[in-house]
Design a protein around this ligand. Sequence first.
Ligand code: 0RA
Length: 631
Amino acid sequence: MAEQNYSASNIKVLKGLEAVRKRPAMYIGGTSERGLHHLVYEVVDNSIDEALAGYCNKIKVIIHKDGSISTEDNGRGIPVDFHEGEKMSGLEVAMTTLHAGGKFDNDSYKVSGGLHGVGVSCVNALSDFMEVQVYRDGKIWNQTYSKGIPLKQVEEIGETTKTGTKTIFTPDNTIFETVEFSFDYLAVRLRELAFLNKGVRIILIDEINDREHDFHYEGGISSFVKFLNENKKVVQQEPIHISGEKDKVDFEVAIQYNEGYQENILSFANNINTIEGGTHLSGFKSACTRAVNTYIKNENLLKNEKVSPQGSDIREGICAVISVKIMDPQFEGQTKTKLQNSDVEGIVNSYVYEKLMEFFEEHPQIAKQIALKAILGARSRDAARRARELTRRKSVLESGSLPGKLADCSIQDPSITEIFLVEGDSAGGSAKMGRDRTFQAILPLWGKMLNTEKARIDKVLNNDKIQPIILALGAGIGSEFDVTKLRYNKIIIMADADVDGKHISTLLLTFFFRYMRPLVEQGHVYVACPPLFLIKKGKSKHYVYSDDERKTILKEIGDKGVHVQRYKGLGEMNPEQLWETTIDPEKRLLIKVKIDDAIEADRMFTILMGDDVAPRREFIEQNAQYVQVDV
Ligand code: 0RA
């Protein structure tokens, strides 16, 4: 009987593992870099659950030289006692059967029960090798696996005074497109987890590149907003911090205004970044709107103003983090990151309103600054509306809604057309002659480009350098931007390969990031790379795109009778050369601009284009050659 049961559970285990290995995407979302790192989050989420339950305050993650990665926490340790139902050690159950978190204590919140929650067994199934070590009840327990299948029984291998769980695993390279762990990628999420779970110390070590981070924030999400606002001028030094609990809904918000105009609110439910928002976010937003408007009314700040602030005006320059922890989070939406639990909205709304009103009463100076900023926002919204109407009227008056300088392409299929935004009139002229006019359009840009990081939307809309870009792309701007109306598939920035050219590219990227973000998110933006040198020898010629490449080629072809021409700018190339080197889809080199991490991107644009000079210099010194690639 026992024998039969044992083999029955073995078959069940094998079937489960097989399912995960057959369809890894169903369990961890994919097999790209993202899926790979998901493995680590899956284990760490379990450690965070231990922290939320009050048993763990330290987590260590190490990227090892041999390609493996290890995690260690000081939680209770995975239970090792015999599991009657499955007829094996609880540890083996947790490591080999799907959804066997084995956590039935309903009194604690669970991250691992949320978005991911597929359990460590999936990590095990997708690893070429995995080893787990449990420190519990004074003993050390150990088991090893290959592709999820145990290599031996659970063994007691020594004694210890500590408690916790340590895992080490090597992801299966027949499953993942890449098996190289990225320190930066991991750092973003682990830092976020440290902010969201104050007091928990998360250490990340990279033994390959000898780097280390130690994330530990006693300030929790207040530290988080300070981090987001780093390098920005802030309205108040200390964030407003509100936290509370009602009907088993635990919530916490931190708010710190900066002098900019962007709205930057991050929301989390059970540590999951709810990028699509949901009930906690809408509760928070309406509380803010209500509180600020009540204050404005009580203080009679509007006087005879024509326009009154609405939510978006009140959120100009807001930087906030809202985090809720609830028993049974429900998610909806395209990426299942929209919190659905309806009771959360009212609880957050009424509590945050009440606390904000208290704060305003106690800090009248800050309250007034926030209120006046909102009124200013309302005024500028009104100005922007008028500017937009002007743009529309103007666009109809001028050459059938397209800018005069645009040399458009002849076909109108936005899935294959391209537009080059070219720095300078002379390069623009060559590009117009050198392009394939059927599908490639040219828009020359000239003069000083506006720094949109420091401007408000009405100024952006009225700017004579920006307007032609908005009109040519045809998809609007700001909250009215509609990517489906885009007239081109690829937007290619083409500037000189020098410092000025880099500056113009960055200004344009800043504009796209702040006012046409879907354009960047959906991969429509590219930066062209013109060659730096032309190397000629006899009849052969080589265009060279970097200093290293120049050295390599010179070594290859020798230096007798070699002529090296350095291109100082795009304008030095004739139309054919420009086509050959920078425009021809067969030969050109394009950098696709991606946003892997919106938080980092936001910080980067602030550093690059904001007011503070010192961090900018430091950033450019550290990242000079990567600036465009990393965006
Ligand atoms: C099942 C039950 C309990 C804890 C865990 C699993 C657990 C899993 C992992 C994975 C990494 N670190 C972990 N720490 C704990 C509850 C244990 C108890 O009730 O004593």
